[in-house]
Design a protein around this ligand. Sequence first.
Ligand SMILES: [Zn+2]
Length: 250
Amino acid sequence: MSSESNAPQTQTAEPPRSTKPAISKAIVVFSGGQDSTTCLIQALAQYDEVHAITFDYGQRHSQEIEVAKQLAQKLGAASHKVLDVTLLNELAISALTRDNIPVSNDLMDNGLPNTFVPGRNILFLTLAGIYAYQIGADAVITGVCETDFSGYPDCRNDFIKAMESALVQGMDRQLRLVTPLMWLNKAETWALADKYQQLPLVRDETLTCYNGILGKGCGTCPACLLRQKGLDEYLATPDSIQAILAAKTA
Ligand SMILES: [Zn+2]
C-alpha cells in the first residue's frame, strides 16, 4: 500500500479527469470567397478541429473549387470535402448556374438579383448538418450576411434560425448554425480578417468575383464592387471599424 493512501483528500473545484471537455469540432461551409474564408480563419482560431465543406453545383467558374481546395489546405483545415450537388443546377436556373445568363446589376421583377439560386442554402445547410451529425461536430458555420445582401432570402437570420430548428428536430441532436458575419457590413468583414492578420491573404487569394478573377477581381460585377467598397472603407478608418467590430462581437 502506498503511504499516500492515508493522506487527507483535498477538495478541489477541478472536475475529475474523465470529464475533460470533448474536442470542439466545427464545419465551415466554404466557397473560397472573402466571406467564407474569413469564417474559416476565425473558426480555426476558435475550435479544436475545423472541417471545410465545398459544394460543387456547376457554378459559373469551376476555378472556385480549386481556389477553395488550395485555401483550405493552406489555412490548415482538418479536412476538406467537396460535394457534388450538380443536381441543383438541373433545377435552379440562375446567372450563377447558367453560362448563357450574364450577371446583371439590375434586380429581377421579383426584387431578387439574377444570381439568386432558389433553395441553395436550404440544400447546403441540410447537407452540412448531415455531415456534422456524421463526424460529431457541434457547429456549422456559414458566412451568410443580412446586412449587405438582403436581396437573398436564404441569407437572412430568420431563415437560419428556422433551418437550425429544423435540423435539430429532424436529427434529434444539438447543432448550432453559426453566422459570424450576419450583422457585419463588408468593411467590418475586412476588419475581422485583419484581426487575425489575414487581410492580405483574403485580399489576394480569395475568389468572390462573378467573372472568376482571383483577388481584386474584375472590378465591375456586383460582388467586386461591394468587396472593393468595403475594403476602401476599412482602410480609410481601420481603428474605428475595429472598434465597431469589437462592440458587435463582444
Ligand atoms: Zn468581378
